[in-house]
Design a protein around this ligand. Structure first.
Ligand code: SAM
Length: 439
């Protein structure tokens, strides 16, 4: 199984290379390999992660060639804007037309779109986002894996089921050997080429130990490693970068500083943002976003979340619904709504059409079993599968009934690949943000 079709290098400009995938060109950054025009490579998240021998690349490309063009046709058909606009309010049509022309939408326009209530108008918003996704990114879709390496956590996030509030949880910490083995298995047996390593803020892992684990994985597998361990401090970020990680997943959770302080006792939004900004400066690609429907959040906050996320120049946006966990202070609060999350994904696509890679989150799939499909049809183009060993997975309960807690890796792959095929999506790299080359 291969989650990144190899491409052929067409041009090289210092660290940036242009890779051709069946006639589509995407840029990627090369740090580790001695490359020349004509070489075959696999890229993930806009990074060259391996050079592929010509014969092997040729075989994979040939195996995909016919299906790739069929997938492209399917995607094109599904992303056509063929809705009857008869029942669409004129204002909705005008704002969405402006978005399609690449004009900047004002905050009032975004608020108007977020508040849409008529099903046919919401549908048009989602379809516009899907149209723009196809226009700029074609049918590429990233498939990442996530390994939840520990559920120990020293922080007290009011919403999180693994925070230190929760006394009724079995805590686990995978050993470095187990983490390396799980990562190597995900890459070698299942074909993953980008892995997120995530945990609570676990004092049981020092940055030095985490670096050792990253180096251990990099020694055995060609993979883009994304770290998601929370606020490690600036030195910690540097250490993990030097060890070979190149991406960081850290949501800012909410752009409202007062709400942030209430939800995260003893913490400040500025500190979280300082980590994200420093990681960007160091050269990490950034994956960020917020919780939608978190108690105390207003519509204005949600629109500010989209604006802040864009300002942070993310390689990937990650917006998911808040889901109440019984072991937390927010146990009795209502969950975030899947339609609101889909609207946020669609708006993120409208405001950052050419750059946005937008994740479909597991939390969205948890509130709505058709969430992955809906998300991919509302601007989304990245999915994450859970490759944490099954014996630990159910204990990483940040919210209850998490989708895929009991699904084997193969069954997740099977369902996802068949969904992606039905939507005409292919695992070619999405390339890097336009302004990320001079990193
Ligand atoms: N410790 C890392 C950090 O601070 O980013 C990563 C682990 S944290 C559990 C990962 C993400 O889970 C958070 O960014 C948060 O948005 C999400 N999360 C936690 N509790 C949640 C809940 N009850 N509902 C939905 N998402 C939740």
């Amino acid at each position: 199984m291969c989650y990144a079709i190899p491409g052929k290098i067409k041009a090289i400009n210092e660290k940036t290379v242009v890779v051709d995938y069946f006639g589509e060109e995407k840029k990627a950054r090369n740090e580790f390999y001695d490359l020349k025009i004509g070489d075959y490579v696999c890229a993930q998240g806009g990074f060259i992660i391996k050079k592929v021998p010509e014969k092997e690349a040729g075989e994979i490309i040939e195996a995909w060639r016919e299906i790739f063009f069929q997938l492209q046709d399917t995607d094109l058909r599904l992303s056509r804007l063929d809705l009857d606009k008869k029942n669409i309010n004129k204002k909705t049509g005008t704002i969405l037309d402006r978005a399609m022309e690449g004009l900047t939408l004002k905050k009032d326009d975004l608020e108007y779109l977020f508040r849409l209530a008529a099903p046919q108008e919401i549908e048009l918003l989602f379809k516009t986002a899907n149209f723009l996704r196809q226009k700029y990114h074609k049918n590429s879709c990233c498939v990442h894996g996530i390994i939840e390496i520990s559920n120990h956590c020293a922080s007290a996030c009011q919403y999180c089921g693994i925070s230190r509030h929760n006394k009724n949880i079995t805590r686990y910490r995978m050993t470095p050997e187990e983490i390396i083995a799980a990562a190597v298995e995900a890459c070698e047996e299942y074909g993953f080429q980008a892995l997120v390593l995530q945990s609570g803020e676990d004092p049981g892992f020092t940055a030095k130990q985490l670096s050792g684990i990253i180096k251990g994985i990099k020694k055995k597998a060609a993979v883009l490693i994304c770290v998601s361990f929370g606020e490690l401090g600036m030195e910690g970020l540097e250490e993990l970068y030097d060890a070979g990680s190149r991406a960081m997943l850290m949501r800012f959770e909410t752009s409202n500083p007062e709400l942030y302080a209430k939800l995260h006792p003893g913490r400040a939004l500025d500190t979280r943002l300082a980590h994200i900004r420093r990681a960007y400066e160091l050269g990490y690609i950034i994956m960020t976003g917020s919780l939608i429907g978190i108690p105390g959040q207003t519509v204005a906050d949600i629109l500010d979340d989209i604006k802040l996320a864009k300002k942070l120049r993310p390689e990937m946006y990650s917006f998911g619904p808040f889901l109440p966990h019984p072991g937390t202070p927010l146990a009795a609060c209502p969950p975030g709504q899947s339609t609101d999350v889909l609207k946020v994904m669609a708006l993120a696509r409208l405001v950052d059409a050419a750059n946005a890679k937008i994740a479909v989150t597991t939390a969205l799939e948890t509130v709505d079993p058709s969430g992955m499909r809906q998300g991919l049809l509302s601007g989304g183009n990245t999915v994450m599968l859970n490759v944490t060993p099954l014996k630990y997975r159910r204990h990483y309960e940040i919210y209850p009934n998490k989708a895929h807690s009991g699904d084997s890796i193969s069954s997740q792959i099977e369902t996802t690949v068949s969904l992606l095929k039905s939507l005409g999506r292919a695992p070619t790299d999405l390339g890097i943000r336009e302004n990320a080359e001079d990193h």
